[in-house]
Write a protein that binds this ligand. Structure first.
Ligand code: ATP
Ligand code: MG
Length: 197
């Protein structure tokens, strides 16, 4: 994972995860919030034999974000179903499409509906949802779930689930967390299918 967000949420996530024995060592975080660091990180990761790189971009426009966009095989643009978030996601989406066109690059892109309520949508959420479905969008959304909200503190979800399964008192939480994990697997499958095809 390449961390371009200078607030370093991924680094903090890893620290928390290690404390909870919920970090998979097949995965590594490389701080990459400047172009030379990104180049270094890429070389280190390649030498270490990593197969996938996930980059978390930072806010705003920058050469660093442009390089990440231009070097990626898949671009995921998350948005919540609020007018403010949709506006930002559409601006980002437009920006990356223009960049890809200008560089004559063909890259998979999709918008991920994030923090979608599990129950009924409000009228404005429904309208936002309908509009997004006109664009390339992940078939499954990421729902608003405690399991996802707690990940930053707990660590990797599949490790948390594995750890919980040894504790009978956690049975109900375990069910919810397994459900969340199944949803993530579908999101992952969507990306994998695009990359293969
Ligand atoms: N699907 C979800 N369900 C519940 N809570 C969520 C979900 N996704 C994110 N959150 C919570 O919302 C907060 C912000 O999430 P996240 O860090 O992913 O946002 P972000 O868009 O990357 O923010 P930034 O723009 O600062 O980078 C976190 O505290 C996280 O736990
Ligand atoms: Mg972020």
């Amino acid at each position: 994972m390449f961390e371009a967000d200078e607030n370093r949420p991924l680094t903090k996530w890893k620290e928390n995860a290690l404390r909870n024995d919920a970090w998979d060592h097949q995965c590594e975080v490389f701080v990459a919030d400047e172009v030379p660091l990104l180049e270094d990180a890429y070389q280190q990761a390649e030498a270490a034999g990593f197969q996938y790189a996930l980059a978390d971009t930072h806010g705003g426009l920058s050469e660093l974000n442009n390089i990440i966009v231009a070097s990626s095989d898949f671009l995921l643009v998350p948005t919540m179903l609020t007018p403010l978030d949709i506006d930002e996601a559409l601006a980002t989406y437009r920006y990356i499409i223009e960049l890809l066109l200008a560089e004559a690059l063909q890259t998979h892109t999709a918008i991920l509906r994030q923090r979608v309520p599990i129950g009924r949508l409000t009228v404005s959420q429904q309208a936002a949802n309908d509009m997004l479905e006109l664009l390339p969008v992940f078939d499954v959304p990421m729902y608003e779930r405690d399991a996802f909200a707690a990940m930053k503190q707990r660590g990797m979800l599949h490790m948390t689930v594995a750890n919980m399964s040894h504790t009978p008192a956690m049975r109900l939480m375990l069910r919810n967390n397994r459900h969340a994990l199944d949803e993530l697997a579908m999101i992952g499958a969507f990306v994998e299918k695009r990359l293969e095809g």
